[in-house]
Design a binder for this molecule. Sequence first.
Ligand SMILES: Nc1ncnc2c1ncn2[C@@H]1O[C@H](COP(=O)(O)OP(=O)(O)O)[C@@H](O)[C@H]1O
Ligand SMILES: [Mg+2]
Length: 238
Amino acid sequence: MTEAEYKAIEFDNVSRIYKSGDHELKALDSINFKLDEGSFVVILGPSGAGKSTLLNLLGGLDSPTNGKIRVFGKDISTLDKNELADYRAETVGFIFQFYNLIPTLTVYENIALVDEISDNSLSADKMLEAVGLLDHINNFPSELSGGEQQRVSIARALAKNPKILLCDEPTGALDSETGVLILKHLKKLSKDYGKTIIIVTHNQNIAKMADIVMNVKNGRILSIDEQEIPLSPDEIEW
Ligand SMILES: Nc1ncnc2c1ncn2[C@@H]1O[C@H](COP(=O)(O)OP(=O)(O)O)[C@@H](O)[C@H]1O
Ligand SMILES: [Mg+2]
């Protein structure tokens, strides 16, 4: 298949059903969408909507009950554990609300770690420079503010150099000023490096800077809207 024949991400009737006893919970209920490479996407929805489930499926942390997920033309819905680990290593990066840094490693070591996982990782120094943290490379995470820790986790995701970056409430624990700074970094990644960025949030205002806004509720996609002229992070009211 050639590049033009498939999108970066395709969900085809994807469901994720949790069973307990005879009760079934449809965390995702037959959802369909396609996204182009380099898109900056915001997924909005109330708590329990299925946002994290969607991100986990796309990130290869979980597999769908039904349906197909294709990423750059490759069907990831039927991969086994080892194949999923390879997929995660090659294709996706994660940024979480609470940073997930390793407390006993320095900032530099937290980032250099990705060399072990990724074959095409980028220099830790360069990525720390990109997020403005060169002064802190020998600090431990506990010595940094929340915003700085999130910038470390962005530098780590950058260094891993994935094509797709999945962000689950990346600014949820940050004040507005720091949140805007983080969003600027993420936007730069999609515009300057062609990364496909997907941000899950319940903050409606963040959606104003997206190319694509997806609204999710009760495991279903209510709407997918393209925004011709997204706001810049500076223009967002928190
Ligand atoms: N591992 C699990 N086992 C059972 N139910 C789950 C599990 N993970 C999520 N759910 C349920 O699936 C629904 C969607 O959850 P989630 O994707 O985490 O929502 P969101 O991230 O939008 O808040 C919720 O009702 C949640 O309780
Ligand atoms: Mg969630």
